[in-house]
Design a protein around this ligand. Structure first.
Ligand code: ADP
Ligand code: TRP
Length: 322
């Protein structure tokens, strides 16, 4: 049975880009009974940029609540916090000795992030090795990720091949799974929606705050009566990812005809988010208020994950002569 594995960093509250670009497509794969799925909260990776322990803990709970609210079935999926299976840190060290320095120095994600930061720690530099360990520790076959993570998957495969070449078949070479139908979800300013750009739409916010973030979506200055180009509109783009084909066609006609303001389009977008995620929003709040259930669910996953991790680590240690 192919093993699917993916992680999401908990450096903030999950936003519509994470939900549509990563979480829902992964849950679709997880729902296939022929898949053995591992989903984890990458809370060790957050330490590269987030030092506030209280905040980290709260983002971990929020992200866990979001996964469960969106339909993660913890009976079927091994759902765990990365930090609670410390074997990953040991494997990271072993793998780091199979990682050529220039491969890390040339990683796009590192270059992008380090260019924007005043101090760059070594953890940020070795981030891809920890990610490789996340994947290889569990012998994952398929890793659903966004396009921005493709290079990290290449690095993972290179590291695994280098280990296997020296010690014989030990680590499974994973394949990335990219859903090409899902383009990059734009944020309220038209750039990629991202926690780092302060342009997110958080579908789990109370209605008033959700409305306010939608009202911040940038538009051109066309008046209500002017015809508008739907293909240049962030509101229309987001709406078409969520609404039914007929409703999308209607909004397109409204834009082209004129007499339809951006304010109305924003209300329609709010409406479809509230409708589509009504149940998830309710469940999210219920989970967040019940941290003991969250702890219980995660610790079950952590026990299962630890057992798998121990097997890989024992094999790696023995090959290395430890
Ligand atoms: P952020 O940029 O907000 O920090 P992450 O890097 O934590 O988001 O991304 C978590 C997952 O969500 C990744 O698989 C990533 O590809 C996906 N993702 C993030 N933002 C978007 C977006 N705007 N559109 C599509 N997918 C996204
Ligand atoms: N680097 C990924 C991101 O920022 C998160 C992540 C960490 C991950 N470890 C992983 C994703 C292992 C897939 C598999 O989105």
């Amino acid at each position: 049975m192919p093993r699917i594995l993916t992680g999401i960093q908990c450096t903030g509250r999950p936003h519509l880009g994470n939900v549509l670009g990563a979480m829902l497509p992964t849950l679709q794969l997880a729902n296939n009974p022929n898949h053995d799925t591992f989903i984890f909260l990458a809370d060790l990776h957050t330490l590269t940029t987030l030092k506030d322990a209280t905040l980290r803990k709260s983002y971990v709970y929020i992200t866990a609540a979001a996964w469960l609210a969106l339909g993660l079935d913890s009976q079927k999926v091994t759902f765990y916090r990365q930090s609670q299976v410390p074997a990953v840190c040991e494997l990271t060290w072993y793998l780091s000795c199979f990682t050529p320095y220039p491969m890390l120095a040339n990683a796009h994600a590192f270059k992008d992030k380090s260019d924007r930061m005043s101090t760059v720690n070594a953890g940020l530099f070795t981030y891809p090795i920890l990610m490789a360990a996340d994947i290889l520790l569990y012998q994952a076959d398929i890793v659903p990720v966004g396009k921005d993570q493709l290079q990290h998957l290449e690095i993972t495969r290179d590291i695994a091949s280098s280990f296997n070449n020296q010690y014989g078949p030990t680590l499974q070479l994973p394949q990335a799974s990219i859903d090409n139908a899902i383009a990059i979800i734009p944020g309220t300013d038209g750039q990629k929606m991202s926690k780092s750009y302060n342009n997110t739409i958080d579908i789990f916010l109370p209605e008033k705050e959700l409305r306010s973030s939608i009202m911040h979506i940038q538009t051109d200055s066309k008046a209500v009566n002017d015809p508008k180009d739907p293909d240049q509109s962030i509101i229309f783009k987001l709406y078409s990812l969520l609404a039914s084909t007929t409703d999308v066609a209607t909004m397109r006609e409204n834009y082209l005809r004129g007499g339809y303001g951006y304010g109305q389009a924003k209300e329609a977008l709010l409406g479809v988010i509230l409708e589509k995620f009504a149940e998830a929003r309710k469940k999210f709040n219920a989970y967040l208020e019940d941290q003991s259930t969250l702890e219980k669910v995660l610790s079950i996953g952590e026990n299962k994950a630890s057992a798998v991790a121990a097997q890989t680590l024992a094999m790696v240690r023995s090959k290395l002569g430890y």
